[in-house]
Every structure is written in C-alpha cells, then in structure tokens.
Design a protein around this ligand. Structure first.
Ligand code: PDD
Length: 292
C-alpha cells in the first residue's frame, strides 16, 4: 500500500478521502505536476516547482506551500515509497481551489486542497522502445491556455482515447495547420539532421523533458531549433519523437498508417537517448542538481 500526502498528513492511499464538494471534483478547478524520481532523486525539481507556480498564478490560486515545503513533502513521499529494488518513482501532485458550496465564482477564505502520491516508474525496455510507436494526427480541439497544467484534461483524454481505439500510442495535435504537441507529450521532428520542436506558446505545455532535450542538444552541439512545424513538415520528417517525464523520449515510426523515415528509431534519436540516459545515470548517482 503506498503512502500519499493529503492536506498536511501522510497516510495510506486507500484511506485518503476528499469531500465531494472539492472544486477539483466538481469543476476540474486545479493544477498538477508529474515528477520522476530516479534512485530517490527528484528530476528537475526546481523547474517542476516553477511550472507549478506558473500554473497556479495563471488560475489565480495562491501557492499553498513554499518551495522548501514542497521539496520536503515530496522527498518524504519518495522515502516512504522506496521499495527494496530501488525502483524509480513517479510523483504526482495536485492543488485544487478547495471545498465550497457549488458555485462558479472563486470561494472566499477557502484553503486549497493539496494532494500528492507516488507510483512506481518501471524502467523502459530499450529493445521495445527502439521499435518505435505509432501515432495519428488529430485536430487540436483544446482551449487556448494549454500552457497551464490543469487537471481539467477531458479534451486530452478524448483525443488520447481516439488514438487508443485506432490501436496507436499517441494523438499528435494540429491547430490551424501547425503541430502543437501530443495529447500527453511534447513533440520533436528531425529533418536533414536538424532537431526541431514547436516554440513555446499558450498552445502547448512547456514540458520539462522537452526543455531538457533542447538543453542537451545545445550542450552536445546537435543542431536544434524551437520553431513552428506545419502538418506537411510533420509528414515529411525523417524522425518524429514524443517526450514526457514518464515516457522519456519515444520514437514514432508510423504516422497516420505511413512509415516514418526508414521505419525504425533514427540516428539522432539514438544519439539523444544515449545522452539522456547518461544524464539520468548522473542524477541517479546524486550528481545532478537542476541544470543540465
Ligand atoms: N503529461 N504535453 C502534455 C499535454 C502533457 O500532458 C505532458 C505530460 C507533456 C510533457 O511534459 P513533461 O515533460 O513535463 O512531462 C506535454 C504528464 C506526464 C501526465 O499528464 O501524466
């Protein structure tokens, strides 16, 4: 039974309960983060806490904890949930606008609900990962503030489910002819030896993994551009990658039932995943502290 955190208490997850009037439940009025912990070390904690701060500010909710308090709580959860195999963990946290009579306006004097839990994050099977995954393109039906990491994920869920029902892993989203991101991931393409990812805007989540890939590319002198990517450019790409904290960097080898590149993970993906794994190993050994 895993240990979670709810409003100041650590308790078995089965015993954690919130009110049916919580605005997270009633309205999806909250924000969240997903933070991997490798060998007990939280991955890019400062960047995750900064993004949480940005999301809270965007929904006009005061951050209920200070950064040191977040850090202490998350590290306690990591320690409480560490198993004998030292399995990596995925920490989930969410903050909602608290419990109040159902009414649209912000309630007054209502403390936020703070919840966090840990799930095991089993290591990816590199042989399987190298084979790549399939994806489809779909119209990005989401709202205009996709940079906020809100728990209101119904559009993302409907898009992901369409992908699953087509027996593919991800839906790559297109808004007015431009690619934004995946339903639960950021997107990269490679064309003629250049790595490209959509520039940050209100229309996509500023992924922590995305930022690290851009940083690692620059550090290792791999050409990388943050720029717009049209749907036509996506279809003409030599390589397509998806990135997220939990899936790391996934090569897409089929798009809309057509082969991408030569149908296997490409050479730049191989380079980048090896750089990424080295970075993770350093973090596991406790070397990394935030910057690449
Ligand atoms: N989602 N874009 C969307 C819409 C996402 O939901 C995610 C991650 C990302 C990648 O961000 P990061 O690299 O910070 O994980 C991009 C998480 C993993 C989730 O909802 O479970």
């Amino acid at each position: 039974m895993s240990t979670c955190y709810l409003n100041g208490d650590y308790l078995p997850i089965e015993q954690a309960k919130i009110s049916v009037l919580d605005r997270g439940f009633i309205f999806g009025d909250g924000v969240y983060e997903v933070i991997p912990a490798y060998g007990g070390n939280l991955f890019r904690l400062q960047q995750h806490l900064q993004r949480l701060h940005n999301s809270l500010e965007a929904i006009r909710l005061t951050n209920p904890l200070s950064d040191p308090q977040w850090q202490e709580m998350l590290q306690t959860l990591v320690a409480e949930n560490q198993d004998h195999n030292n399995t990596d963990q995925s920490l989930y946290l969410q903050v909602t606008r608290g419990v109040a009579k159902r009414d649209h306006p912000f309630p007054e004097n209502t403390p936020a609900t703070v919840f966090a839990m840990s799930n095991p994050l089993p290591a990816a099977d590199m042989n399987k990962t190298q084979a790549g995954v399939a994806a489809i393109t779909l119209d990005d039906i989401r709202w205009r503030y996709c940079y906020i990491k809100t728990t209101a994920l119904l559009p993302n869920i409907l898009l992901k489910q369409q992908a699953i029902e087509k027996h593919v892993t991800e839906a790559i989203l297109v808004r007015e002819g431009q690619v934004t991101e995946g339903s639960s991931s950021n997107l990269f393409i490679v064309k003629d030896g250049v790595i490209r990812t959509p520039a940050k805007s209100e229309q996509l989540l500023p992924g922590i993994t995305r930022d690290l890939i851009v940083e690692l590319a620059q550090k290792n002198a791999l050409p990388c551009e943050e720029t717009s990517i049209s749907e036509a450019e996506l279809h003409a790409a030599d390589e397509i990658w998806l990135s997220s904290s939990t899936r790391e960097i996934l090569p897409v080898t089929r798009l809309d039932e057509k082969t991408v590149g030569n149908g296997t993970a490409g050479p730049l993906w191989r380079k980048m995943i090896s750089i990424y794994q080295t970075y993770k190993q350093a973090l596991r050994a406790g070397v990394e502290t935030g910057s690449a």
